[in-house]
Design a protein around this ligand. Structure first.
Ligand code: SF4
Length: 158
């Protein structure tokens, strides 16, 4: 997996203070996408074990309390990213159990393959669907267009 940016302290992508990773790779190619430079899976930088250790350490850092991890892009559920993202979210839930995970994807929940759906078992909030310019609404929280849905999962029931 490649990534474009990692923000160790972020207050604009999800609720509370968070760590945010923007990954590379997106096959949705939405008209009006704000992040076209992330579309190619080989763009950006290689996601390394060292960066994963950094993310875990930042989530556990008690000097700056983070509420959780946000995963955006690009698309974290692009088939090329599924293995690395599943590894990351599994680790976060095991090693940082009080942190929540938010994930933005261009797929809708009902379009997910079995391997993509397996990742949703470890995340708390999924914002799904392509960006539709005709439904763009700057007043919306956490999403760009009205077709996108914020799914809040109760992981205690899974
Ligand atoms: S899903 Fe997101 S990153 Fe991908 S093309 Fe659409 S707006 Fe851009």
């Amino acid at each position: 997996m490649n990534y474009h940016q990692y923000h160790p302290v972020d207050v604009v992508n999800g609720e509370g203070t968070r760590c945010t990773l923007f990954v590379a790779g997106c096959e949705h190619h939405c008209k009006g996408c704000y992040n076209q430079s992330t579309w190619r899976v080989d763009s950006g930088h290689l996601y390394t074990p060292a960066l994963e250790e950094r993310i875990i350490a930042d989530l556990l850092d008690t000097r700056i309390q983070r509420r959780g991890l946000s995963l955006s892009g690009g698309d974290p559920l692009h088939p090329a990213n599924v293995t690395a993202i599943e590894h990351l979210v599994t680790r976060v839930k095991r090693e940082c159990p009080d942190k929540d995970i938010w994930l933005w994807t261009g797929y809708t929940l009902d379009q997910l393959s079995d391997s993509q759906r397996a990742i949703t078992k470890h995340i708390d909030v999924l914002i799904d669907g392509k960006f539709e310019q005709s439904q763009y609404d700057p007043e919306l929280l956490w999403r760009g267009s009205a077709n996108q849905i914020i799914h809040r999962f109760d992981l205690s029931k899974s």
